[in-house]
Write a protein that binds this ligand. Structure first.
Ligand SMILES: Cc1ncc(COP(=O)(O)O)c(C=O)c1O
Length: 454
């Protein structure tokens, strides 16, 4: 009874300073730590307990693609909860079956087999297991600056040294090559004379590591939190060809870029490249409920090693199982969320508003010596913060200062803490429902922030 009273007292607390204190004392803070208790979230705007408003130009952690408070999705989740059907992965639940069918419909050609799980790291972890199991090879080629998650294999695939260094040794078998980072080319070359060396290096890497041992190449179509690194148009078609040549699988990590963020439903569609495996999370459910998926080509599903008397869908019992797989709440949220993205054509809005925001940021950056290249696709935009435009030397402190002051001024933006060659990049990734007026307001706040930091 004493314990119950204590719990009830805790439950009854809504004093923001007490909540902040508990959060600080009892939690961990690996993400941006905005010292506010958010009590309302609607569209692109967050409101804290004191009534201060923030334009969320990060969309949470680049995941709330449809914006906050969408009633269609909330109602679908409530309806699923009321039905409370199938809260176990042991039998078929209707939402999960429908979601897998919808994903097969919208995904690039042939990606029809689906593992439903709950996070981006977990999806990549699963994809890396699948390629090893399917090919019986173990080496993976990845890129420096790429980010695939914080669990063991996903972190090993990530090329972000500052995230990995305290956890060495990470798993063996992961080989990294330079990213397609034209602003600071690792080969000291310039596009197009470079002949896309950053893609050709993957050919060399597979060749020298032995195609008989290399299972897959893993890549984000556009490196996101590693600094919005957009490849030249030839890059992924070349990688697709290289993978075909050596019989190596291609995993596209669309955890951040999927579901309209870059102006297409999936970013690999910008270059008409179809991967063998695609991982999805974040925008799949706009994080109303955590959800992720691994989409796999049929031929890979078949080669996973299945009990012959069962359909190929049924991977040997246990080897890939996770308790929360195909969770009906996650599936119901994702289904309703995808419907909103398609119904409102949010990819198109991301393309239009992305161009508008990009040109506004370019105008601002021209006037300031410490703002370097601004680049983006759709509503995935990065801005380099430098000591000066000629040297392009990254300015970490200034980048962080701009981010913190911007949040203080009511505009939430990101600062890439994943260091691709120590670069200092501000991230602008608002929900895909953002309006022209909200972009104007954000640019106004950012302009004000810059004048405070100049
Ligand atoms: C491209 C990419 N892959 C994987 C992940 C990991 O996803 P999660 O944080 O849901 O585990 C992220 C997270 O930011 C990401 O951006």
């Amino acid at each position: 009874m004493v314990l119950l009273e204590k719990i009830d007292k805790i439950l009854a607390t809504d004093d923001p300073s007490q909540l902040l204190e508990w959060d600080k004392s009892f939690g961990f803070h690996p993400h941006e730590n905005i010292p506010a208790v958010i009590t309302k979230a609607e569209g692109v705007t967050l409101t804290d307990a004191q009534g201060s408003k923030y334009l969320d130009f990060l969309a949470g952690t680049t995941c709330v693609n449809i914006g906050y408070g969408n009633r269609d999705v909330i109602n679908a989740i409530k309806k699923q909860l009321d039905a409370s059907a199938g809260l176990t992965g042991l039998a078929v639940n209707p939402s999960s079956a429908k979601l897998m069918r919808v994903l097969a419909e919208i995904a690039p050609k042939g990606l029809t087999r689906c593992f439903m799980i709950s996070g981006g790291s977990e999806a990549n972890e699963m994809a890396l297991k699948i390629v090893r199991r399917a090919t019986r090879k173990f080496k993976i080629i990845a890129r420096w600056g790429g980010y695939h998650g914080n669990t063991a294999a996903a972190l090993s695939a990530s090329g972000v040294l500052n995230y990995k260094m305290d956890f060495d040794p990470v798993l063996p078998g992961f080989i990294h090559v330079p990213p397609p980072y034209c602003y600071r080319c690792d080969f000291g070359l310039e596009y197009p004379e470079c002949d896309v060396m950053c893609a050709r290096i993957i050919d060399y890497a597979i060749h020298y590591e032995d195609p008989k041992q290399v299972a897959a190449v893993i890549a984000e179509p556009i490196i996101g939190w590693g600094g919005v690194i957009i490849p030249p148009k030839e890059y992924f078609p070349m990688i697709r060809e290289i993978c075909n040549k050596y019989d190596v699988l291609l995993i596209m990590d669309e955890v951040l870029t999927g579901f309209g963020r870059t102006g297409k439903l999936f970013a690999c569609q910008h270059w008409d490249v179809v991967p063998d495996i695609m991982t999805l999370a974040k925008g799949i459910s706009s994080l109303y409920v955590p959800c992720s998926a691994v989409l796999v080509q049929e031929k890979i599903a078949e080669s996973l090693g299945v009990a012959p008397e069962l359909s190929p869908k049924y991977v040997e019992r246990g080897i890939m199982g996770i308790t929360s797989m195909n969770h009906p709440l996650a599936c119901a949220a994702a289904l309703a969320n995808i419907r909103v993205i398609v119904e409102k054509d949010l990819s198109k809005n991301a393309e239009k508003m992305g161009e508008y925001l990009l040109s506004g940021l370019k105008e601002i950056s021209e006037e300031h010596p410490f703002l370097g290249e601004v680049r983006g696709k759709g509503l995935l935009i990065g801005l380099e913060v430098v000591k000066d435009k000629d040297s392009k030397e990254p300015d970490m402190e200034k980048g962080r200062e701009l981010q913190v002051k911007s949040i203080f001024n009511g505009l939430i933006i990101g600062h890439s803490a994943m260091r691709t060659r120590n670069s200092s990049i501000l991230l602008f990734t608002p929900p895909l429902i953002v309006t022209r007026e909200e972009v104007d307001k954000a640019l106004e706040i950012f302009q004000k922030t810059i004048s405070q930091c100049s």
